[in-house]
Design a protein around this ligand. Structure first.
Ligand code: SF4
Length: 465
């Protein structure tokens, strides 16, 4: 159970203090993993990474990365392949099948039966009917899905029709997510993604009709031509969809990672930091007024959604998919650029499609790089994840969880929080650390104080707000 302080912290609605945000808003990680992918290295011993996988037992979570999109949204920083040619997905599925087969040799025998399985297929349902059926058959041939498994899929209303939603529901998908970003047609033109609201409503109608029980919608603020007023209209429209969860991301302008963002820069004025903060203020006010709970970072959920319930019960987790209700599961990820996670390590596949395929054609798993966690990394990983989920730390409970004297082990870090305490981001007493309402939006910056790898000069991340 979470401590009293953490319950108070998780129910508080974040407040925006512009001076504090200006002072602390440095570039920093999103902590979907610790250490972050920046620490992954090609020189890590792949045999050891695979031995870590073989040592795992019990439930697991599956993730499949499908890279194909019909056209590029200019804000996008995902690993994509832009094509209209559906046949390319057939080839890709051939290689995925090979990857699954090769991977089986690195799983404990007998682990396939009864594995608790969460499947996330990403992104966008580019696949045809037959290709989707083949993918699901392939996965079910290699893994046993638990009866209560969560099967999530990223959809794109622009490529969806009713028959495909029916097939998804029949294949067992019970969670769906799609991006709206902004409903204003001018903004949509500026980001090269035309998606009328009527299309969103139709798509949601099918999702509900076929019994896909949970819907998440993604929005982005900070895009060209957006204003506080225009984003207010987007929020009103999206609240009327009644999604179970909402992720409202701050646009991360990282053209050195996503070159298409250079085109986006030329499409109109990007809102400045002050206007973005006003948008954030509006987002928090409108969504909490509409009954959504602020989960953390950019995530909101209905009070009875499993994310909000897990947070109230101190069981919320964080992984590569963001906030999650499933604790400590091994993540087996397939497809180009995908990242797998075991208790001891991370490993990532090649991001380049040709290299990914050529490795598999040569009979090798397409692992490009990885990271093995030290004992210290594991302690910090648990601490940072609890901080990101609970917004509070009970020192006695954390000592018990980590099997170290928490105050002693993290003495230097706790002493280093004095400026944040003085500025009202944190309350620290002899037994607890609690993030205040003013500190909630700066949770990444607070977590960074416990990150042994982060360097203040690190510029490769986007700003935290
Ligand atoms: S935002 Fe989604 S649909 Fe658009 S290019 Fe990126 S992955 Fe494809």
């Amino acid at each position: 159970m979470p401590c009293r302080a953490s319950v108070a912290a998780m129910f508080s609605i974040p407040t925006i203090d512009r001076e504090l945000i200006a002072k602390y808003n440095l570039a920093g990680p999103r902590y979907t993993s610790y250490p972050t992918a920046l620490q992954f290295s090609a020189s890590v011993d792949q045999g050891e990474l695979l031995a870590d996988s073989l040592a795992e037992n019990g439930p697991l979570s599956l993730y499949v990365h499908l890279p194909f999109c019909e056209s590029l949204c200019w804000f996008c920083a995902c690993t994509t392949v832009i094509t209209n040619n559906r046949d390319r997905a057939d080839d890709y599925l051939d290689y995925l099948e090979l990857e699954l087969r090769l991977y089986r040799a690195h799983m404990r025998p007998g682990r396939f039966g009864g594995a608790f399985c969460i499947l996330v297929v990403d992104p966008r349902v580019f696949l045809t009917f037959a290709q989707l059926q083949r993918l699901m058959a392939m996965l079910r041939a290699n893994f046993t899905f638990a009866p209560n498994a969560e099967l999530s899929i990223e959809l794109d209303p622009r490529t969806l029709d009713e028959a495909k939603v029916a097939l998804l529901a029949e294949s067992g998908f019970n969670r769906a997510s799609f991006g709206v970003q902004d409903v204003n047609p001018d903004v949509q033109r500026a980001v090269h993604r035309i998606q009328p609201s009527s299309m969103n409503r139709e798509c949601i109608g099918w999702i509900r009709k076929y019994g896909i029980r949970s819907l998440n919608v993604d929005l982005i603020y900070g895009l060209p031509l957006q204003t506080v007023a225009s984003f207010g209209a987007t929020l009103d429209e999206v609240i009327s969809y009644q999604p179970d969860r909402l992720a409202v991301f701050s646009y991360a302008h990282v053209p050195w990672v996503a070159p298409a963002q250079k085109i986006l820069e030329r499409q109109g004025k990007l809102p400045g930091p002050d206007e973005k903060l006003s948008m954030l203020e509006l987002i928090i006010a409108r969504l909490t007024d509409a009954g959504y709970v602020f989960i953390g970072m950019d995530h909101f959920a209905k009070a009875d959604d499993s994310l909000a319930v897990a947070q109230r019960e101190g069981k919320l987790q964080r992984n590569f998919q963001g906030y999650s209700t499933h604790a400590g599961l091994e993540i087996c990820a397939f497809g180009m650029s995908s990242i797998s996670q075991t208790s001891n390590s991370y490993r990532q596949n090649f991001k380049d499609l040709e290299v990914y395929q050529s490795r598999l054609a040569a009979g090798q798993l397409p692992i490009e790089r990885g990271y093995r966690l030290s004992a210290d990394d594991k302690l910090r990983r648990t601490l940072i994840m609890r901080l990101m989920c609970d917004f509070a730390i009970d020192f006695a409970a954390m000592s018990h969880l980590l099997n170290v004297d928490f105050k002693q082990y993290f003495r230097a870090e706790l002493l280093g929080l004095q400026d944040m305490q003085a500025d009202g981001l944190l309350l620290v007493d002899d037994g607890h650390l609690e993030v205040t309402a003013a500190g909630r939006l700066l949770i990444r910056n607070i977590a960074m104080r416990f990150d042994a790898h982060w360097k203040p000069a690190e510029k490769r991340h986007a700003k935290t707000i």
